[in-house]
Design a protein around this ligand. Structure first.
Ligand code: MSP
Length: 637
């Protein structure tokens, strides 16, 4: 085994189901973990959920349930999603687990034992932001709002405090000695300037919150959410609950991967707590940027979330994994849009990656009897290209520059394509048959494609296994060295690895990945004079009762059902994305409500004339029911 490598994600709040921002973080961590594992490292990858505090308490109260019920309801979404996305974590911690509680209490115990006055009872007033669960410095408050626009309240409280002020110098010294403690450098600079201003002591307990770990010796207080949450990184390894071996083996963490909004907690508070407790510090805090929609951070509170389930259902996990890593420059912000997803899917995946693969495999199968060619080749343009590109790819992976790494892969793809175009193997075959030079040429293409798919493996684990198998290589092949592909082994000619998507169908249809479109979120800002419509505007929509006469699934789509619907005067075709919930058989004979005067739209090549109305429960459609005695054609208003 190589080096041990411990990587963590932030633990996600359970006041909402996961959105694309949370997903991005886990995919990035997974790409790093998979890359390290195949290089031989002994990887431990931790993720989990943050289940205490006011946010959760409030969300649960709104739903009329207890916080733990809310957490128990949301956590399965995470498990399900991580499974669907092929996230290869080794452990999942919930802050409501006993091992975590013991870890937090042990951390506090060690601090109190080593430096008794590092934790004291004191009084504090300041601008408290409930949404961020933290005090906001005076200079970041304007019109009772913080930098991100969250409301703040002037709050006075008697709490336990941690003597953070004592750690200003030790922290600065640590940053100076370890300039890449925070990455990218811009974030390190921000942290340095924040700490250089001098640190104030930090409140680490609350009396107004009930949902949390009681403070030792004073159960009226619960432990402040960040002291609680941050400790997950060690409690998950058994710190405080007896399993010292795992802790000794994997701690300190090699990478805490987080979003840029929570750098301060990880790069200032967390190392200070650890210093106080005499525990070694994590090696690096790595911060990614935000996914935005229309230039605003995607978040539950802004109501502009992008949820991934539709994308995963329609395209699979790997295209989404690819898109998120290819589209964003690591560390910076990036806008999400269905259009950019679809254009990357068709151009990069269906066309570049998919077509090159099928083209090369088809030629091999055709000229060499369904097998890889009999002769390898160790001197050619593609070998030189791959020897140049692989080290660049590896450097980029080490720098978390995933976009650069994928660019490098694409350069090899371009080289393969131009090699095919210049060599014209079909001409070689016509002129001289399947001779040795054709064998070498085709083998070169397949071997460089093998290297392409080895490089793609952390990004698209399932597809990479499939592609490697089709190429006649081992599904787990992870050799970057030229020459790995065997001769005379069977290749697999089959369906395209990424079938082309009908972009118009998706872009015209309700948002692929969103529950709310940006226009729905901010009607006033979008320039509308008012967010209410007039009765005349409503009347422009022609709603009618109609009867489903025939129904069948649209080929190659899991979700779309094509129905022949009688609207009172004629039968028309309507396509609806209800196929995951309804079978065609149960729709026939049913009365539905349709929008009858909608312009036609093509969905997966089928023209749809109108729309069937359905309520959407977590993205799952429920058709509007009409009394079966109402005749088709009746107007609904
Ligand atoms: N519970 C805290 C973290 C405690 S870690 C000891 C928290 N939870 S969160 O659910 O709000 O966010 C979890 C992670 O998702 C954070 O790293 C955050 O930066 C990231 N993201 C949340 N929204 C995001 C985007 N729109 N884009 C990218 N990542 C963002 O903070």
């Amino acid at each position: 085994m190589g080096d041990k490598f411990y990587i963590t994600t932030a633990i996600h709040y359970v006041n909402d189901r996961p959105h694309i921002g949370h997903i991005y973080e886990n995919i990035v961590a997974d790409v790093i973990a998979r890359h390290r594992r195949r290089l031989g490292d002994d990887v431990w990858f931790l993720t989990g959920t943050d289940e205490h505090g006011q946010k959760i308490e409030r969300s649960a109260a709104k739903e009329g349930i207890s916080p733990i019920e809310l957490a128990d309801r949301v956590v399965p979404y995470y498990h399900d999603l991580w499974k669907k996305l092929d996230i290869s974590h080794n452990d999942f911690i919930r802050t409501t687990e006993q091992r975590h509680r013991l870890g937090v209490l042990e951390l506090i115990r060690r601090i109190q034992e080593r430096i008794p006055d590092d934790i004291y009872l004191g009084e504090h007033s300041g601008w408290y932001c409930q949404s961020e669960e933290t005090f906001i410095p005076e200079n970041q408050v304007k019109d009772k709002k913080d930098d991100s626009g969250h409301p703040v309240e002037w709050t006075t409280e008697k709490n336990y405090f941690f003597k953070l002020s004592r750690y200003t110098e030790p922290l600065l010294e640590h940053y100076r000695k370890n300039p890449s403690f925070v990455y990218p450098p811009q974030r390190m600079n921000e942290v340095m300037s924040f700490v250089e201003q001098g640190l104030k002591d930090l409140s680490i307990s609350r009396t107004s919150i009930k949902w949390g770990i009681p403070f030792p010796g004073n159960p009226d207080h619960v432990i402040y959410v960040w002291m609680d949450a941050l400790t997950n990184y060690i409690s998950a390894l058994g710190f405080g609950s007896g399993d010292q071996d795992k802790f000794d083996h994997y701690w300190p963490a090699d990478v805490h991967l987080i979003g840029k909004d929570i750098v301060r907690f990880h790069a200032v508070y967390w190392p200070a707590f650890l210093m106080a407790a005499g525990v070694s510090l994590p090696k690096q805090v790595v911060a990614h940027g935000w996914w935005l929609r229309d230039n605003q951070k995607i978040s539950k509170s802004l109501g502009n979330v992008v949820r991934p389930m539709n994308i995963i259902e329609d395209f699979g996990a790997d295209p989404l994994r690819y898109y998120l890593l290819r589209e964003m420059v690591f560390g910076q912000d990036q806008n999400y849009s269905d259009e950019s997803f679809l254009s990357r899917y068709n151009a990069d995946l269906a066309n570049d990656l998919g077509n090159t693969l099928s083209r090369a495999i088809k030629m091999s199968a055709q000229y060499f009897d369904g097998k890889t060619p009999p002769t390898p080749c160790d001197d050619n343009d593609l070998l030189r290209a791959s020897r140049e590109i692989v080290p660049e790819y590896r450097r980029a992976m080490d720098d978390y520059a995933f976009q650069r790494a994928l660019d490098a892969v694409w350069r090899l793809l371009v080289a393969i394509n131009s090699y095919i175009v210049t060599r014209e193997p079909w001409k070689m075959f016509k002129e001289n048959g399947a001779d040795e030079s054709l064998s070498r040429a085709i083998w070169n293409c397949l071997e460089s494609l093998r290297i392409v798919w080895v490089m793609m493996a952390p990004f698209m684990p399932a597809t990479s296994r499939e592609a490697l198998t089709r190429l006649g290589a081992n599904a787990d092949d992870h050799s970057f060295e030229w020459g790995g592909l065997a001769n005379n082994v069977e290749v697999k000619v089959t369906d395209p690895i990424f079938p082309r998507a009908d972009a118009a169908a998706y872009v015209g249809a309700p948002a692929l990945a969103g529950e709310t479109k940006p226009a729905d979120v901010r009607p006033a800002e979008a320039g509308a004079p008012s967010d209410k419509i007039t009765i005349d505007q409503f009347m422009q929509t022609e709603l009618r009762v109609a009867e489903v006469r025939a129904a069948e699934r649209v080929p190659k789509s899991k979700k779309l059902i094509q129905m022949s619907i009688f609207d009172g005067t004629a039968e028309r075709t309507i396509v609806a994305g209800i196929g995951l919930t309804y079978t065609p058989e149960e729709l026939i004979g049913r009365k539905v409500v349709i929008v009858a005067n909608l312009q036609p739209a093509k969905l997966m090549g089928v023209e749809s004339n109108g729309m069937v109305l359905a309520a959407s429960i977590d993205g799952e459609p429920s058709l509007l029911a009409v009394d079966p005695s109402v005749p088709a054609g009746t107007k609904v208003k």
